[in-house]
Design a protein around this ligand. Sequence first.
Ligand code: C2E
Ligand code: MG
Ligand code: MG
Length: 429
Amino acid sequence: MLVCQAALPVGVVVTALWMPIFAFVGDWFLVLLVGFLLLVMAACWEAARRGYFSAGYIAAQFASGIFVVYFSLLYDVPSEAVPRVCHLYFLVIALAGYANFGRDRGVLQLVVILLCLFGFVVFASSPMAFSFAVPMPEAVRAVTAWINVASVAILLAGGVVLLQREFTLDGNTARELRSALADSQFELFYQPQVDQAGTVIGAEALLRWKHPKRGYVPPDEFVPAAERAGLMPRLGSWVLKEAAQTLSAWRAHPATRDLVLSINVSADQFRMADFVPLVTETIEAYGIEPAVLKLELTESVFVADIDDVVTKMKALQRAGIGIALDDFGTGYSSLSHLRQLPLQQLKIDRSFVRAVTESGRGASLARNIAKMGHDLSLEILAEGIETEEQFQFMLSCGCRKFQGYHFGRPVPLAALEERIAAPAQALVG
Ligand code: C2E
Ligand code: MG
Ligand code: MG
């Protein structure tokens, strides 16, 4: 993630630095072109910041790659005295792509990496000097060749150092996570889920790591490392047991008996051969109604053998356990998947909810997603509701279940139970 975090800002800075050089040479068309590339990269950066990380990141690589091809063919034509160097940037783009591929294994990212390597090989192995080229003056190329090669060397070295740091951090985190499991440093927080009247109808259990030095560490900071270290099945089993314990305690009180508790299931955990029996046996062991447990799957689960996924989901459905599709709209699922899967609930991702009050397009996208869920007879829950306006809009789309800071942040179990016992204090902002 370190490389991914650095790549877009560094890309923007490196691109911007070329503007004064081209202005100095007096090539205003190139200044304009680089300005346009900068705008595209800034838009990609903004998209990445808004939750479309891979899309923005890959689009930025693609735009830079096109520019490298254009510049190499037209301006950076090799001569006897000065070699072509611009194509070396393909290696930098490929390295940045590789860092993202480690984070999010998408086909598109792989294609962009391969295209960059292919581009590098082609430009490195042949002069590719065409008659339509308008090479920069030789004196300018002689200087900029040094600048380009030095900057590529620095970027590659920086990238490798950051990747190396990430691997080391990953290794340390994995070691720490193993001892955290042994030392019971994990806790579940509970975020209320409410109906249209704001009444708590259930909660989502969210994992927290109570680190002895760093305090509460949010899952986004350790779940990816736990996944890479293959620890999610163990962590997930702990979450399941803990949730079952809570549900069993809730069963004893009329105010909590009907609350539904959702837990997040990682793709690794779902893939375990004994996942279904583990869930059903846990439910039986704690004597809870299957209908009060809900499993939240993300679309990453469907990347695996879809027949196996459907078989498992059907077995869980037969056992009476509800399944929700989490972060809907951000991943891979196609409409045909949606029809095929025995789902009970669609959770509209908070990136769509945030967009409803930002633009007309955002609003109509959220409305269409909700409509699609209704057409498929699925229950719709809108995630990440932060304002009354977002709540009212999603209500008008036919959503009847909600979750978000507007209704309550994730809190320890005792705090949630306190709130349920005193419903007059509902709508904690
Ligand atoms: P998620 O399942 O989509 O969980 C919702 C996340 O959104 C939670 O972050 C929650 O605190 C946050 N959130 C809720 N309402 C709002 C809001 O109004 N605004 C904003 N900005 N954020 C809101 P959290 O707890 O940091 O969890 C992040 C992700 O980590 C979860 O996303 C889930 O994918 C993963 N995760 C959490 N617990 C577990 C677990 O036990 N197992 C697995 N496999 N993954 C988990
Ligand atoms: Mg979730
Ligand atoms: Mg979610």
